[in-house]
Ligand binder design. Structure first.
Ligand code: ZN
Length: 308
């Protein structure tokens, strides 16, 4: 997979995608290179973009935003290449997505047969979990390789997964009880637009679940400190031009602002600590405990209820 800056155009961000405020007064919190920088960012080569924080809602994004000429430049990969085997992503995990399903069921007053939609259903792990939990699950997944894996290895009927992006998928309005974005929203160029499309498909009272990276993640703060101590302005937040291609990091206020503009309310939110693969084992217990006590986990999980 070649990653040359020539493969991008650069889009100016005039307004925050989540709250709509002008980006004129957004703070530049640092810089991000087009390749991973490791612990020694002074050696960084390639194109460098500023990383900004919205002064109204705290959303992290880059301005300009690098947009690939062809999206397959980022995602035309085999599932096995996207998730390194070391992450054990392909191993059957009976607990997968079970915490999120339990919260959704509680917020929905669950009845068997409620319809769910997984946007970016990938290899079908969440669809499988939702089937087991009594939902009638549907998926949207643009990658043919991922859809094939979902059907062949995870037993999801091909007819339940639309080969589409959020913008091109077709569903009736007010059709689903539960919609989840999994790890999607940080990869799309206009997250609020994608959530608004999903909200149309959701029944009033239905739950939209979104899981996104948080800029308050303790490990990222520590890495940023290491970069600062080396006298550089690099930060580890977002990665618009290299794996994992995160374009945004989200805060609770960014969802509060979105909810006010979009006919929904925050029903529940929590921070997830996640496994810390790049941290020495002996430190993991301590860091996990600090992160769960201080809401500085890696992921933010939001549950929005459609009110309109
Ligand atoms: Zn904002």
């Amino acid at each position: 997979m070649s990653q040359t800056p020539a493969g991008y155009f650069f889009e100016t961000q005039t307004h925050c995608d989540m709250c709509g405020h002008s980006t004129e007064k957004a703070s530049v919190i640092g810089h991000r290179a087009s390749r991973t920088t490791g612990f020694f960012p002074r050696r960084a080569r390639g194109v460098i973009v500023p990383v900004l924080r919205c002064n109204n809602c705290g959303l992290y994004f880059s301005d300009p935003m690098p947009v690939p000429m062809d999206i397959s430049q980022h995602y035309g990969v085999d599932p096995v290449d996207y998730w390194p085997e070391s992450l054990n992503y392909f191993v059957e995990d009976p607990g997968y997505f079970s915490g999120e399903i339990a919260v959704a069921k509680r917020l929905l007053n669950f009845q068997p047969g409620m319809r769910s939609l997984d946007i970016g259903s990938g290899i079908g792990k969440s669809l499988r979990a939702m089937t087991r939990a009594g939902f009638e699950p549907f998926g949207i997944e643009p990658s043919e390789k991922f859809r094939q894996y979902a059907t062949e290895k995870n037993g999801i009927p091909a007819s339940s997964i639309q080969a589409a992006q959020v913008e091109t998928a077709v569903f009736e309005e007010n059709f689903f009880d539960f919609i989840t974005f999994g790890a999607v929203l940080e990869h799309v160029y206009h997250p609020s637009q994608c959530m608004n499309i999903a909200l149309k498909w959701l029944k009033p009272g239905g739950i939209l679940h979104v899981e996104v990276p948080s800029p308050d993640w303790l490990i990222a703060r520590l890495i940023n400190l290491v970069y600062r101590l080396q006298g550089t302005t690099f930060v580890t937040n977002i990665s618009p031009m290299h794996v994992p291609y995160h374009l945004y990091e989200f805060t609770v206020p960014s969802f509060q602002a979105f909810a006010r503009r979009s006919g929904c309310e925050i029903a529940h939110h929590e921070f997830f600590v996640c496994a810390q693969y790049h941290v020495p084992k002996f430190l993991q217990g301590l860091l996990r405990s600090i992160m769960s006590r201080t809401n500085t986990g890696m992921q933010l999980s939001m549950y929005l209820r459609k009110t309109g």
